[in-house]
Design a protein. Sequence first.
Length: 194
Amino acid sequence: MPSLRINFAVLLLLVSASFGEQTAAAPPVRIAVDNDFVQKSFGTSCSLMAGPEVQTADLDGDGIEDVVIVARCTNPMLDEAEKGYKVVDPFNTFFGYGNPKLTTTFASEDPERRGLVLLVIHGAGADAWRAANPKAKFMIINLPFKEIVLKKLMVRKRTVMAIYADETGGAGTVSATFWDGKKYKYQPMGSNME
């Protein structure tokens, strides 16, 4: 009888321990990236672009998944303070002048490209970029892209994730935009995005 009581106690302990592990390892919350999500995160002047233009990777090197969303925003500065994002212009900064308060007024020569932006959310915690309070949010403006892809880039002997862009300005021109630890930087790459 004493061994039966010990076995029952051990079984009870194992069952309660496995139940505790199951509740602790709950999967992250899944949020669909739709127009409502974009407007909730970046304001009503923004709308999600149609197509598979939502990509995820660890852009800031903290081991937590981040997201890049292609959108159209008619007034990037409008909800910056209220929605807690930062408008950045790494493209014009590279060429000598990237003050978003002025460069948001620059209009693309192509009417179909006007207002195209990249919305970037740096994730926080187990829910990553889906968290109610992400680590940081950015709106990258004036990047002349037709298509983007997230790939690794070698920067000063270290590998970082970058947003590679097939640019609209020249035949086959490619650039990379990456997080340097403090801000997003633009770097022309040459041609032929693969």
